[in-house]
Design a protein around this ligand. Structure first.
Ligand SMILES: Nc1ncnc2c1ncn2[C@@H]1O[C@H](COP(=O)(O)OP(=O)(O)O)[C@@H](O)[C@H]1O
Ligand SMILES: O=P(O)(O)OC[C@H]1O[C@H](OP(=O)(O)OP(=O)(O)O)[C@H](O)[C@@H]1O
Length: 188
């Protein structure tokens, strides 16, 4: 059976990248899709392929992306190389826009949507602490926090207000019910 594409979604600052990194470190069954983004390669945060807008559009036209979208004045994509990993039966996580979920459900044979949530004050404090965006950009990201999931999207909602490990454990239990999560790290 093919692997599942695990879409991790939620407002800016909710912890999508932190949760995905922790999940990948914790459980070898979970791969991580490296996104293509028109953001300077040294911006920090997640590992991604930084490209110019012209290069992005050329790749998009050439069909090398499984999914692509625009948000925050940037272009984002999940490369179609994930197909080979999924075909080999491996689950792969990707950080997606909530607006692209209907397309993602159509694109991938098996998909799970994990919608992370956290309260507004927590999001704001985390974005300031992350320091990747300007104050104006942070304000715009927070304004988008209330964006609701498109109708027809079936998501599993997981809170990330508290300890990251609790959120990670809840996701693993949902993804691999009845199975012991593989733990290659140390418990805290
Ligand atoms: N459970 C958590 N507790 C404390 N800080 C967190 C938690 N989850 C994420 N963070 C921090 O919040 C900031 C935003 O997290 P990030 O993973 O970049 O979110 P997103 O990708 O959803 O924007 C980062 O600085 C990260 O270290
Ligand atoms: O339509 P939305 O669900 O609001 O998502 C819009 C974009 O925001 C996030 O990007 P990015 O990872 O650059 O930002 P973030 O880390 O601040 O969430 C997410 O991955 C999408 O690409």
């Amino acid at each position: 059976m093919s692997g599942r594409f695990i879409a991790i979604v939620g407002p800016s600052g909710v912890g999508k990248d932190s949760v995905m990194q922790a999940l990948a470190a914790r459980d070898p069954r979970l791969g991580l899709a490296r996104r293509v983004i028109t953001r300077p390669g040294d911006a920090g945060g997640e590992e991604f392929d930084g490209v110019t807008e012209a290069a992005f559009e050329a790749q998009e036209t050439a069909g090398v992306f499984a999914l692509s979208w625009r948000a925050h004045g940037l272009c984002y994509a999940i490369p179609a190389t994930v197909d080979a990993v999924l075909a080999a039966g491996r689950d792969v996580m990707g950080n997606l826009s909530r607006s692209v979920l209907i397309a993602a459900q159509a694109r991938f044979a098996r998909i799970e949507v994990i919608a992370l949530s956290a309260d507004h004050a927590t999001l704001a404090a985390r974005l300031v602490r992350r320091g990747r965006e300007t104050d104006a950009e942070i304000t715009r990201r927070l304004e988008r926090a209330t964006f609701t999931l498109p109708q027809g999207v079936k998501a599993h909602v997981v809170e990330n207000n508290g300890v990251l490990d609790d959120c990670v454990a809840a996701i693993l239990t949902h993804l691999y019910p009845g199975a012991m999560a593989c733990n290659t790290g140390t418990d805290k």
